[in-house]
Ligand binder design. Structure first.
Ligand SMILES: [Zn+2]
Length: 132
C-alpha cells in the first residue's frame, strides 16, 4: 500500500512545519501592509513586501466550504473514506485546506466552528480540524 504524502519543507515553509511538530500553528504577517497570509511564501501576496513575521495563530476557525470524499485518491486514503476535505476560515483572517476529523462527515456544515488538532504522519505533524 502506498503511504500518504508527507510535506517536503523548503526555505519558505520550514519554520511552519517545525512549529507544527511542536503542535503550534504559524502564519505570516506582513510588516509593510499588515496582511496575514497562508501558505508560507518569501514575499507578501498583497503588497510584495519582504518583511514577513512568523506569528502564532489562534487554533480556531470556521468551515468556509467542504466536500465529502467518497473515492480515495490513492490506496493510502481508502481506509479513511468517507472523509471531509474543507476550506477553513481561520480566526486570524486567512484560509487553510484541511480534513475535518473525528466526527461524522454528515455532521459537518458550512460555518461550523472548528479547532486545530495535529495528525502525526510518518514523523511530520499536520494540522487538521475537528468540531470545536
Ligand atoms: Zn504586505
Amino acid at each position: 500500500m502506498t503511504a500518504k504524502p508527507v510535506p517536503r519543507p523548503n526555505a519558505d515553509t520550514a519554520p511552519y512545519w517545525e512549529a507544527c511538530n511542536e503542535e503550534r500553528l504559524l502564519y505570516q504577517k506582513c510588516g509593510a501592509c499588515g496582511h496575514n497570509q497562508f501558505y508560507p511564501r518569501s514575499i507578501c501576496a498583497k503588497c510584495g513586501g519582504g518583511e514577513l513575521a512568523w506569528t502564532e495563530a489562534a487554533p480556531t476557525g470556521a468551515v468556509h466550504s467542504f466536500t465529502v470524499v467518497e473515492r480515495a485518491p490513492s490506496e493510502a486514503f481508502k481506509p479513511d473514506i468517507p472523509y471531509v476535505l474543507a476550506l477553513v476560515d481561520m480566526a486570524d483572517g486567512y484560509r487553510m485546506m484541511m480534513n475535518v476529523v473525528d466526527c461524522d462527515p454528515a455532521a459537518v456544515e458550512i460555518g461550523m466552528a472548528v479547532r486545530i488538532v495535529f495528525e502525526n504522519r510518518h514523523g511530520q505533524k499536520l494540522p487538521q480540524a475537528t468540531p470545536a
